[in-house]
Design a protein around this ligand. Structure first.
Ligand SMILES: Nc1ncnc2c1ncn2[C@@H]1O[C@H](COP(=O)(O)OP(=O)(O)OP(=O)(O)O)[C@@H](O)[C@H]1O
Ligand SMILES: [Mg+2]
Length: 272
């Protein structure tokens, strides 16, 4: 389905992504981990053509998406929705309008300027919000929601595009452990139930282990690990993060605090 072939991106003479290659056969949940500056965001930005590659090919079902221009490039951007750490919602706009903005690159500019949405589009937006458990927030302003709810609105907006691939750049980095879990569970559900590939940059090892089918470790722009969560040993993690023997996995953990019985019960309910 996805073949990344010798992709490089150079900024001012320095490679941010340095000759990376990997293939993904089905709609897997792929996690990319690595320390700050490893090239994770640059890779995602090349995937959805926000940044051009210096060299290489990214083939999706045999078609090199790096060579798409104009209308075809925009169509591709509609097929791979992006989710960001800071949600990137319009804060003062209501939730359902934010979700409808997922359709922006598919409709005439005039209709968008006048905020004219079809009844079918609005019903679909509400249906997606309902699926993600936030239908009752539909009429509130986005800024009135909690971080976890806002990220689910951003996921709903992405789903409105009906994308084949969801690219998530540190989707839970701004969230507390409980909301992080809800958002990751949501992404996993979309991956499993809809068969959409998810590629997520993650900053914690336990999240990568728990949610991903496949983990790619980057260091200095290169892939230094590519395997299953089970293969991601502490030694492999040390290598990815360039850490010495004092490396402590707990430092990268988002695990829920064990001392809160109510939190634990709620988490168990979510997992059921
Ligand atoms: N637009 C740009 N211009 C110049 N250098 C850039 C640009 N974007 C990224 N870089 C450089 O490329 C390298 C990789 O950056 P990137 O943002 O991809 O890392 P990252 O793995 O996402 O890090 P983080 O975990 O901090 O988000 C860094 O050295 C960064 O400074
Ligand atoms: Mg980044």
């Amino acid at each position: 389905m996805l073949a990344v072939q010798n992709v490089t991106r150079v900024f001012s003479g320095r490679p941010a992504v340095d000759d990376i290659s990997f293939t993904v056969d089905g709609p897997a949940f792929v996690g990319i981990i690595g320390r700050s500056g490893a090239g994770k965001s640059t890779f995602l930005r090349m995937m959805n053509r926000l940044t051009d590659a210096t060299a290489g090919r990214i083939c999706v079902e045999g078609r090199d998406i790096l060579s798409l221009r104009g209308r075809e490039r925009r169509a591709w951007q509609g097929q791979c929705a992006m989710i960001f750490q800071q949600f990137n919602l319009v804060p003062r706009m209501d939730v359902v309008s934010n979700v409808l903005h997922g359709l922006l690159n598919r409709r005439p500019v005039l209709a968008t300027l006048c905020n004219l949405w079809s009844r079918a589009d609005i019903l679909r937006a509400l249906e997606i919000l309902n699926r993600l458990g936030i239908a009752e927030q539909a009429q509130k302003r986005a800024e009135a929601l909690s971080g976890g709810q806002q990220q689910r609105v951003a996921i709903a907006r992405a789903l409105m595009q009906d994308p084949r691939i969801i690219l998530a750049d540190e989707p839970i980095a701004s969230l507390d452990p409980m909301n992080a879990q809800i958002v990751m569970d949501t992404l996993r559900r979309i991956n499993v139930e809809d068969g959409r590939m998810v590629i997520a940059n993650l900053h914690t090892l336990d999240t990568a282990r728990r949610y991903c089918d496949r983990v790619i470790g980057m260091r200095d722009g290169r892939i230094v690990f590519d395997g299953s969560p089970a293969q991601l040993s502490t030694g492999a993690a040390r290598d990815i993060y360039g850490a010495d023997h004092s490396f402590n996995e707990a430092a990268t953990s988002t695990a829920l605090p064990a001392d809160s019985a109510a939190d634990a019960a709620y988490a168990a309910q979510l997992m059921a």
